[in-house]
Ligand binder design. Structure first.
Ligand code: HEC
Length: 149
């Protein structure tokens, strides 16, 4: 194989890790997350973990004690980013009212979703869910990545 054939292979191999990092889901906290959380270890172990927001907050506290650095605002952003993208998803059709309120919906909104779910038999998609009367679409959209059907 000539050198000119080899060059694209080399470029490809070196491009891979960069590509893998760019697979991180988009979001306000992505840049902060990458800066704060990738100096000591890769992201694979992090993104494979699925945890609730409380658990992520505990992990981030633990990492701060190990030397991770960030302002209070950055810490909040990272916890939010992790909780949004790397949480066990909540099944809208099985969730209880308190599961919904744990995500930041009010008790009335949680009950509205449960009523809507019962009326419909089941909620099959996010597009159906946003039609729930009495629950602001913007609030549901913010939770979209944390829900499954
Ligand atoms: C200063 C170095 C450092 C930084 C920065 C850092 N970590 Fe860690 N992290 C560690 C070490 C060391 C371990 C291994 C701990 C162990 O094996 O007990 C670890 C382990 C972990 C684990 C696996 C924990 C477990 O209980 O299995 C997760 C998840 C994690 N880090 C997430 C994060 C996140 C999220 C951030 C950014 C907020 C971060 N790390 C930043 C040093 C760091």
């Amino acid at each position: 194989m000539s050198f000119t054939h080899l060059v694209p292979c080399i470029v490809f191999v070196f491009a891979l890790p960069v590509f893998a990092q760019d697979e991180l889901p988009p979001g306000a906290g992505k840049v902060v997350f990458r800066r704060m959380c990738t100096q000591c270890h890769g992201v694979e172990g992090i993104v494979r973990s699925k945890m609730s927001k409380d658990r992520w907050a505990t992990v981030v506290d633990d990492m701060l004690s190990r030397g991770a650095k960030g302002t209070d605002e950055e810490i909040d952003q990272v916890v939010e980013y992790l909780a949004t993208n790397f949480s066990r998803k909540l099944n809208v059709n099985k969730a209880t009212a308190s599961d919904f309120t744990a995500l930041g919906l009010t008790e009335d909104e949680a009950q509205a979703i449960i009523r809507f779910r019962v009326e419909k038999g089941s909620v099959k998609s996010f597009d159906e869910l946003v039609q729930t009367p009495g629950v602001p679409a913007a609030k549901l959209t913010a939770l979209k990545a944390r829900l499954e059907f």
